[in-house]
Every structure is written in structure tokens, then in C-alpha cells.
Unconditional design. Structure first.
Length: 234
């Protein structure tokens, strides 16, 4: 979920994307995935890890522009490697809380404008924010919540939380809705929801007209309060 407090961070980040310089500290599965994706998109990526084998593997797989083995808790080592010159640094040391916090503090104090850090717990998340992380991600928590929702609401294919109370969801068209038009469903009056899109032949029709008739096997994208979404027959 992207909270309202994160909007300013992403707005500033978007304005600086032309610089195309990222640093990734911590080359576990999460850090490696971030580095690989950025590199494939054409961005300049500097990878850092204390494990020489992980650094060597990154270079061997050619998923980073540069990679260095060093202790990220040492500011002098980060400065020498050029980490402080990066526009955005992702601290992906989620499982080592002390190293994660010290590294985040070092990177922020080194002058890096955008610092993203991975947390492994709620307390870890709070500490990372205290030492200056501009944005904190908690992937295990987010994946756990998503799994629980998919197990209890298997008809919901995807969900984007606008805030703790409202969401946009993509769902399989419920059996009770098949064959009816959007106007006949009266989703706004019956459920307090608005339809944003409906799929047809593998493609979505955005802002479908009220006369749009829903087909079996199609998908719908709706927006509304979570308590209203939970009332849907999915």
C-alpha cells in the first residue's frame, strides 16, 4: 500500500529519474531482485554487499553496472565506493536490524537524497524512519496480508489499497452478475462501489457504459470502501 505520507517521496523521486543512478545495499533475494529489475530497465546500478560471493555472482550474472564488497556500517567505505553520489539508495539488509539501521543512517547522513529501506518488523520499520529513511517497505508483511485476503476472497485477483479504509480491486465477475448490465446491478446504490473497468476478450474496457453487459469469465475493476468490497459475492 502506498500511504498518503509516501506520495511526496514518490513525487520527488519521479522528478529525479532522469539521473538514472541507483545503489542497492544487501544482495539477498530482495536486493538482487531490485537490482536486476533496475538494470534491465536501463538504469545505472551500484550493488554493495559484505559477502564477496554475492558480489561476484551479481557481476557474473551481469545484473548490475558496478558491484563492491564492503562493510556498509563504515561511512568511509561507502564514500570511497561512490554510494553517496547515487541519487537513490535501497538498503535491502532486512534480516540484520543493527546493520540495516546503521547503514540507513550512514547513507542519509552521506547526503543521498532518496533512501528506501527494507524492514523485517514493525519496530524495525519505526527505527528506520527515525534514522531518516524516506520510504520503508515491509514485503513479508505485505505478502502475508495479500495471501490472507486471497485465501478468504479467492474471487479477488488483485488489490491496491488507497488508504486503510478504501481500495481498488480487480475481481472475477461474480456468477450473480453474469448476464446483467452495469446499470441493472446498481453497484453504487447496492454496494457503494463504482466500476472502473470490465474485461472483454482479454482486454479491459475503461469506464464502461451503463449498458455494458457482463460476461462469464470476465473480470471487473471496482473502487470503494473496504467494508463495501467485503460485501461482494466473490
Amino acid at each position: 500500500m502506498v500511504s498518503l505520507s509516501s506520495l511526496n517521496f514518490f513525487h520527488n523521486l519521479r522528478a529525479d529519474l532522469k539521473n538514472r543512478q541507483f545503489g542497492v545495499i544487501g544482495l539477498g533475494r530482495f536486493g538482487r531482485a531490485v537490482a536486476s529489475t533496475l538494470h534491465k530497465q536501463g538504469y545505472d546500478v551500484l550493488c554493495i554487499d559484505s559477502d564477496e560471493a554475492k558480489v561476484a555472482q551479481i557481476l557474473s550474472d551481469r545484473i548490475a553496472t558496478h558491484a563492491r564488497q564492503l562493510d556498509s556500517t563504515q561511512p568511509s567505505a561507502l564514500r570511497e565506493a561512490g554510494v553517496f553520489e547515487q541519487d537513490t539508495v535501497i538498503v535491502a539488509i532486512g534480516n540484520y536490524v543493527q546493520e540495516s539501521i546503521i547503514t540507513t543512517l550512514n547513507v542519509k547522513e552521506g547526503g543521498v537524497r532518496h533512501v528506501v529501506a527494507k524492514a523485517s518488523s514493525e519496530i524495525h520499520m519505526k527505527l528506520l524512519r527515525k534514522v531518516g529513511a524516506d520510504h520503508v517497505v515491509f514485503p513479508e508483511h505485505e505478502m502475508g496480508c495479500a495471501l490472507a485476503r486471497s485465501l478468504t476472497k479467492p474471487g479477488i485477483l488483485d488489490r491496491f489499497e488507497l488508504d486503510p479504509e478504501n481500495s481498488i480491486v480487480e475481481m472475477i465477475t461474480p456468477e450473480q452478475f453474469v448476464g446483467k448490465t452495469i446499470s441493472e446491478l446498481r453497484l453504487r446504490s447496492n454496494y457503494g462501489l463504482n466500476v472502473l473497468a470490465v474485461s472483454q476478450d482479454g482486454k479491459f474496457e475503461i469506464n464502461p457504459p451503463p449498458t455494458k453487459r457482463l460476461e462469464k469469465g470476465s473480470a471487473m475493476v471496482v473502487i470503494g470502501a473496504n467494508h463495501c468490497i467485503n460485501r461482494l459475492p466473490v
